[in-house]
Design a protein around this ligand. Structure first.
Ligand SMILES: [Zn+2]
Ligand SMILES: [Zn+2]
Length: 337
């Protein structure tokens, strides 16, 4: 079978790889229906994270179960499934608290941009999508594998409630999904920080009530104008750079909450957060915990997170799928074998 392998920054190739097999009785092997490139894949593509050796890449997928190990009971060959960007056992004490991303027996994947994928901990990881699955829903189902559940996690971490005012820092696929999550939770004011017309349009479709294109102090001043002069109840930070994290701190009102989703770079002003009673929470999303409820919203066509995909290519053109995102010609690239 074929799949994507990253060899070096800027060098992702479509190559023949060993076909995955059942290695543990708790494994499933799925035949990929769609996969996609993540903003976090770009860290290696851009040389910000190291590529030590040629490595299969990708962690977002939907597919059809091909075979399962003897211990697997909740999915069977032929099922259409979606899973998160980490696998989780579903049984350990941490999973039972809903913190599935931090499963005591879990881990990540290498190589989901491929024709076939081995899924460890299949019972605790995969969710069956009841069929038949409409083809036009596939992008939104795929978005549940990471970006929609991650945006949701940001809104949960920032304690968004009906009537909240919310600022979303970052207009990539996760930021846009955070807008959708906040609006779906009933926020009355959703302010998207974005300078790109195509992303502003998606933010509006997803429920943003205001767009702020200004940056730095001017952006914070605009946010305060829209929030009774004090800043937002909830801020969802989806970038991770020092500038973005400080913007999140300054856009949050005293006594408000900040949900962090961007992979952290730089330090937060903990003293200021303390004296201002601003809450900080966040991290990688507990996708498996959020999946069932968000799947229902997608199947009911209440939410359409697949709107973040604005480029679809055959898997064989995975190199272009990366280049388009790297050069910001695409918000997010979907690939199909
Ligand atoms: Zn991802
Ligand atoms: Zn677990």
């Amino acid at each position: 079978m074929f799949g994507a392998v990253i060899h070096a920054p800027g060098d992702v190739r479509y190559e023949e790889r060993a076909e995955p097999t059942i290695e543990q009785p708790t494994d499933a092997v799925i035949r990929t229906v769609a996969a996609c490139v993540c903003g976090s894949d770009l860290w290696r593509y851009r040389g910000i994270s190291e590529v030590q050796e040629p490595t299969p890449i990708g962690h977002e997928y939907v597919g059809i179960v091909e075979k399962v190990g003897d211990a697997v009971t909740t999915v069977k060959p032929g099922d259409f499934v979606v899973g998160g960007f980490t696998h989780s056992c579903g049984r350990c004490a941490t999973c039972r608290k809903g913190a599935t991303c931090n499963c005591e027996n879990g881990g990540g994947y290498a190589g989901c941009q491929a024709e076939m994928i081995r899924i460890p901990n299949a019972d605790g990881t995969l969710v069956v999508v009841p069929g038949p699955v409409d083809d036009d829903l596939i992008p939104s189902l795929l978005a549940l594998s990471d970006v929609m559940c991650t945006g949701w996690h940001g809104a949960v971490s920032a304690r968004v409630q009906p009537g909240s005012s919310v600022v979303v820092v970052g207009d990539g696929a996760v930021g846009l999904c955070a807008v959708l999550a906040a609006a779906t939770m009933g926020a009355s004011t959703v302010i998207a920080l974005s300078r790109h017309a195509d992303r502003q349009a998606v933010a509006h479709e997803f429920g943003a009530t205001h767009i702020v294109a200004e940056r730095g102090d001017d952006g914070i001043a605009r946010v305060k104008e829209l929030t009774d002069g004090i800043g937002a109840d909830c801020v969802i930070e989806c970038v991770g750079t020092q500038d973005a994290r400080l913007t999140a701190v300054h856009a949050c009102r005293k006594g408000g909450d900040i949900g962090l989703l961007g992979i952290p770079h730089g330090d937060l002003p903990l003293g200021q957060l303390f004296w201002d009673n601003k809450g900080i929470k966040g991290g990688p999303a507990h996708v498996r915990a959020y999946l069932p409820a968000l799947l229902d919203l997608v199947l009911a066509r209440t939410i359409n997170p697949g709107r973040v995909f604005d480029l679809e290519l055959p898997l064989s053109e995975i190199a272009e799928a990366y280049a388009a995102m790297d050069e910001r010609r695409a918000i997010k690239s979907l690939v199909r074998p």
